[in-house]
Ligand binder design. Structure first.
Ligand code: 5GP
Ligand code: MN
Length: 337
């Protein structure tokens, strides 16, 4: 079988050599998603199988729906838990910049040995940067690189990698979904990943609260830019009112994008510090939502980007709509830069 990622064979081998016999921390981004947790689980298991002492660290808890992937693994979060591990070699996964792990972890782990990521906006902050925006998921990259290098991918790692590829491709639907995604998914199924189990765990176990949240989100939708932008809002207090947490916002913004005629879906969540968090989802990479997000110090991919802004929604909203309007008006031939 030819290599999935021949361009990374050398650098991945160099990283494996550097971590041999060492203590390593694999760190993912704040509010971890399936791709983040899947990357951490698979890399940690692969390195552990080679005798490396590994822990996983996140600023936020592993979400309920991803718990099935982390059984028996060490995921650390609090300052007290992390304290004995500050001197470890550090690998970041699925993080476009150092701040994505959260301010607290960024300060604790300033020196990053390696970063494995697929974000277009990745700034290359590590000693070894494996960044491939042509990949749909960091889990796609890791599945390919682990298999290429002959690092063991056990059943738990295969399930984790499958979940990451499945979620970041929108269940194998998004523009980024390539033949390689399917080839790798096949390899992972051969190693014990179960499409039915992943489908059940990730999409068939919604809580009642999440449906209340979805109802409120759908009811809040507004159309802008001549119907090409659809925005839904999560005001302060909505999580308490619906018995949910910020974890439950996953996927809501896809409903805003899914409306016929809409090019860009937006979710705006009020934050308790007076600012907002926004998620942007586009139907076409030509709209370069990573650039729109970057105008507000965020980032991400051409079709999926996010940001946090210190401004309240009243100030932020018109600025965002103006930026999106400019981009959409520029048309397919010339988006703003
Ligand atoms: P989400 O909208 O799900 O939070 O994020 C969508 C994409 O944008 C993800 O790939 C995520 O990594 C990226 N993203 C979200 N928020 C930020 C941010 O504050 N800064 C950067 N650089 N990227 C972000
Ligand atoms: Mn990802």
């Amino acid at each position: 079988m030819s290599a999935f990622y021949p361009q990374y064979t050398g650098v991945f081998a160099a990283i494996l050599e550097r971590v041999k016999g060492q203590r390593v921390a694999i760190i993912g981004h704040a509010r971890p998603d399936g791709d983040c947790i899947g990357s951490q689980v698979s890399l940690a298991r692969g390195l552990a199988a080679r005798g490396v002492d590994v822990v996983c660290i996140n600023g936020d808890p592993v979400p309920r729906r991803l718990q099935y992937l982390v059984a028996g693994m060490t995921f650390l979060r609090t300052d007290a838990e992390i304290a004995p591990h500050l001197d470890r070699l550090v690998i970041f996964v699925d993080c476009a910049d150092q701040a994505r792990v959260g301010e607290r972890l960024k300060l604790k782990f300033p020196k990053v040995l390696a970063c494995v990521d697929h974000h277009l906006s990745n700034v290359g902050f590590a000693e070894f940067n494996l960044v491939d925006p042509a990949s749909a998921a960091t889990c796609e990259m890791l599945a390919g690189m682990l298999l290429d290098a002959g690092v063991p991918v056990d059943t738990a790692a295969a399930k984790a990698l499958y979940a990451g590829i499945m979620t970041d491709t929108g269940q194998f639907r998004f523009q980024s979904t390539s033949q390689r995604c399917f080839l790798l998914a096949g390899e992972l199924v051969a190693r014990g990943a179960s499409p039915a189990e992943a489908g059940h765990e990730l999409y068939e176990r919604e809580s009642h609260g999440r449906f209340k949240l979805l109802q409120r989100f759908l009811a809040s939708m507004r159309f802008e830019c001549g119907g090409r932008v659809c925005v839904g809002f999560l005001p302060l207090g909505i999580f308490d009112e619906t018995g949910t947490t910020s974890e439950d916002t996953e996927g809501l913004v896809d409903y805003a994008r899914s409306v016929d005629g809409v090019e860009v879906g937006v979710l705006i969540e009020d934050k308790s510090d007076g600012g907002v968090k926004a998620s942007l989802r586009g139907k076409d990479p030509v709209w370069r939502l990573d650039r729109i997000a970057a105008e507000f110090n965020g980032g991400g991919h051409a079709c999926a980007a996010g940001l946090t802004c210190a401004e309240g929604v009243e100030k932020f909203y018109p600025r965002l709509i103006a930026a999106l309007g400019r981009q959409l008006d520029a048309g397919r031939s010339g988006p703003a830069n």
